[in-house]
Design a protein around this ligand. Structure first.
Ligand SMILES: Cc1cc2nc3c(=O)[nH]c(=O)nc-3n(C[C@H](O)[C@H](O)[C@H](O)COP(=O)(O)OP(=O)(O)OC[C@H]3O[C@@H](n4cnc5c(N)ncnc54)[C@H](O)[C@@H]3O)c2cc1C
Length: 402
């Protein structure tokens, strides 16, 4: 076994060295936690990159199934064992390879379909996800249903073999760039609110779908409103059973929360706060001069190591295709609150250099640190707010009364 893994490592290393284009390797010091430059494939029919290496890298990795290393080969994945997938991750980090593909297909709807999709749905959607041919958005939140998600009102009525959807979604990240949406709809308005919900999938080009980006003060925005007017969805695009959408919703949120806790984590090999302190706090070349900052950074570093180890332990224990339970709320809560502390520490270390948004007088790493700090606030809202995670932990992990 050890031999086999060593050979796998050798083969993987040499394949990556030969095939990962130079421009798809991150230059040391240029990536901040959670930052994915636009030179990464999100996939889908609306995607265009000026750098042709993005598509080349995606095609090469997808051919081996390595965009989804743990998924079965028959659905476009790599069919790797967990130790093999771990080695692939380690070797990619060693060479600083960018991911060949990112997005909600790989991290949210794909894992849900693997567990709850029909065979026909798995065969239809998963290979397209792995090849980056389809980009997904999430239609959960509505103007009156955020934390109280089960209060959603978007109606789906069965007419013949199709559901007819009417309603509005909001905060739909990247709806304007996506090909398909996974959506929660109300199929039984008379049932108690958690039991009359159905989870389904539809093509964003279906007549009756209107997407309006929501401009933010920064000028850039991933957010959209999505309006649905008599949108017809074939009933074989329901995932799980009709009126059982709340179970699907929770399963998918488990995947989303695990993903959020991982992507906003810092690179393991570096301690950006220590590097920043050396640069911005005079007299800190050897030992950080400010004692309280030293304590703060030490605490952040220990908290991060504990989080990493706990996530790794849980992952190792989990079966492939495992559906994360309420433990994903612990990770989501802890990782996003940690990210808020970490990004706030970074801008405070930078002093006046940590106040720039754009323009001369600021290095790209400085304006990026400010953007990371502000973006981190959204971390503890998306996928369910920190308060909601604490409610879930209290009820479902600790068993406290309502
Ligand atoms: C960056 C980002 C990306 C997002 N992307 C998507 C997306 O792609 N698709 C999608 O569907 N949605 C998306 N959302 C929306 C997100 O899921 C909601 O914003 C979130 O669930 C909170 O809902 P709300 O904004 O309606 O706030 P509310 O539910 O109105 O909450 C307001 C405040 O009240 C608190 N609160 C509410 N209920 C309770 C309670 N029971 N106990 C304690 N405190 C409570 C909350 O914690 C919060 O502080 C995104 C949000 C962000 C920030």
């Amino acid at each position: 076994m050890a031999d086999h893994l060593e050979q796998f490592r050798e083969r993987t290393r040499s394949w990556l060295e030969q095939n990962c284009p130079q421009s798809m390797r991150v230059q040391p010091g240029t990536r901040a936690p959670g930052e994915l430059s636009d030179e990464v494939a999100w996939g889908g029919r609306n995607e265009h990159h000026t750098n042709p290496d993005v598509a080349t890298w995606l095609a090469l990795m997808a051919e081996r199934g390595w965009t989804a290393p743990l998924w079965p080969k028959e659905y476009g994945g790599g069919g790797l064992s967990k130790p093999e997938a771990k080695i692939l991750g380690e070797e990619m980090r060693r060479l600083r390879c960018k991911p060949a593909l990112v997005g909600f297909g790989l991290t949210m709807i794909g894992p849900l379909l693997l567990e709850h999709g029909s065979e026909a749905q798995k065969k239809r959607f998963l290979p397209e996800v792995c090849r980056g041919e389809i980009r997904w958005c999430q239609g959960y939140s509505e103007p009156g249903a955020g934390s109280d998600l089960a209060g959603l009102q978007t109606k789906a009525e069965l007419v013949g073999d199709e559901y007819v959807l009417n309603g509005q979604k909001v905060w739909t990240s990247y709806a304007d760039k996506s090909d398909w949406m996974f959506i929660l709809t109300r199929t039984d308005p008379d049932a108690p609110k958690h039991t009359g919900i159905t989870f389904m999938l539809f093509d964003m080009e279906t007549p009756g779908v209107t997407v309006r980006p929501i401009p933010l003060i920064s000028g850039a925005s991933p957010f959209c409103e999505t309006f649905l007017e008599d949108v017809r969805v074939p009933k074989d695009q329901v995932v799980g059973d009709v009126n059982n959408g709340w179970t699907m919703a929770k399963a998918l949120l488990g995947h989303e929360r695990s993903m959020i806790s991982e992507i906003f984590n810092e690179e393991r090999e570096r301690n950006l706060a220590v590097e920043a302190a050396r640069k911005y706090i005079p007299g800190s070349e050897e030992r950080i001069a400010d004692a309280s900052l030293r304590d703060g950074i030490a605490q952040l570093t220990m908290d991060k190591v504990c989080l990493d180890l706990t996530i790794a332990r849980t992952k190792e224990a989990a079966k492939i295709g495992h559906q994360p339970g309420p433990e994903s709320s612990i990770f989501k809560y802890y990782a996003t609150e940690l990210n808020k502390r970490r990004t706030a520490t970074m801008v405070s270390i930078m002093g006046p250099q940590g106040l720039g948004w754009e323009g001369e007088g600021f290095e790209p790493s400085e304006t990026q640190a400010v953007k990371n700090w502000l973006r981190a606030r959204g971390n503890s809202i998306e996928g369910g707010t920190s308060e909601i995670q604490l409610n879930i932990i209290a009820k479902r992990v600790l068993g406290l009364p309502d």
